[in-house]
Design a protein around this ligand. Sequence first.
Ligand code: CP
Length: 320
Amino acid sequence: MQLTEQATTLSSSSAPPSMSLRHVVESQQFTVPLLMELFDRARLMERIVARGGTLDYQNRILASLFYQPSTRTRFSFEAAMHRLGGRVLSTEHARAFSSEIESEQVEDSIRIIGSYSDVIVIRHHEEGGARRAAAVSPVPVINAGDGDGGQHPTQALLDLFTIYHERPIEGLSVAFIGELDRGRTVRSLAYLLAKFDRVKIYFVSPPEMQMKPDILQYLDRHNVKYELESSIDRVVGEVDVVYQTRIRPDRVSNVASRMRYAIDSSVLGKLKSNAMILHPLPRTVELDKTVDSDPRAFYFKQAANGLCVRMALLTMLLDR
Ligand code: CP
C-alpha cells in the first residue's frame, strides 16, 4: 500500500519501500539501515499526525493482546493504528480470558486471533511468549514486552529515535541505572546501541541486580565498551544519556535503598549541561518530579515518540 502524507488518499510524499521484516521479537533483528528506514518513516508520521492522520490503512486490523498491564505501549499502538485509518481489537486482560483460565496455550490463541487480524501486538508474562506467538502466527507479531528477563524491542526503537532526534548515536556514552537484570527495555536498547561505533555503556545497579551475562557477552563479541558500577555519582558526570529505570519495591522494600539510585536535584547538578534523561516509565521514587522541568528531561517526549515510531513500524509490517 502506498502511504500518503495527506489525511486523505492524495499523495504528496510517500515512504520508501520497506526492507524485509516479518515479526518483531527482539531488537537484534534491526540492522542500522533498517533502523534508518524506520526513523525516516517515523519523521513522515510526525507530519501525518500533525495533519490528523491518514486513511491509507482503513481496511487493516490490529489485535492488541496484553497479558500484563500497560499504559504507554498499548495506547500508543492502538492510537497508531487509528491514526493510520485502521481498526483495533483489544484486550488488556488477556490472562482473564475464559480460554486462558481454561489453560488454552498462547499458540492456539494466536492462530485464532491471527485469522481475524492483520497484525498482532502481544505483551506476555513469560519470557519467550512473543517468540512462541510468532512461530505459529499467520500475521506479523510484535513483541510488546515478554517476561521479566526478555525484551521490549519497540520501546528500544522509540528510545533510540528520541536520542537520534537530538544527536548522533556514534560515540555516545549511556548510563543505564536501576534493576537491570530484569530490565527488558534496557536489554533491548543495549542490543541496539551495540550496532553503532564507539558507544560506551555504564550499567549502574545494586550488585545483585546487575546486567545479565548474555548481554555482556554480546557486547564483548561486538567490541562495545562497558563498565559495571554500583554508584551513580561515579558516572553521571561522564555520560551523554542517563537511562533511568525502576527498582521495584517487591525486590527492594526499603525506600532509602532505592533512593541511592534516584535522580533528584543533587544528581542534576552533576550532569553534563547537554545530557539527556530518559526513562521508559512508569516511575516510582527513582525520578523526582522536580526533574520534570529540567531541559534535560526527555522522558515525556520519549513516550510521545512511541506513537510515530509505532505507526512507522506498523506500516513496515503491513506493507510487506
Ligand atoms: N514503557 C512501557 O512499556 O510502559 P507501559 O508498561 O505503560 O506500556
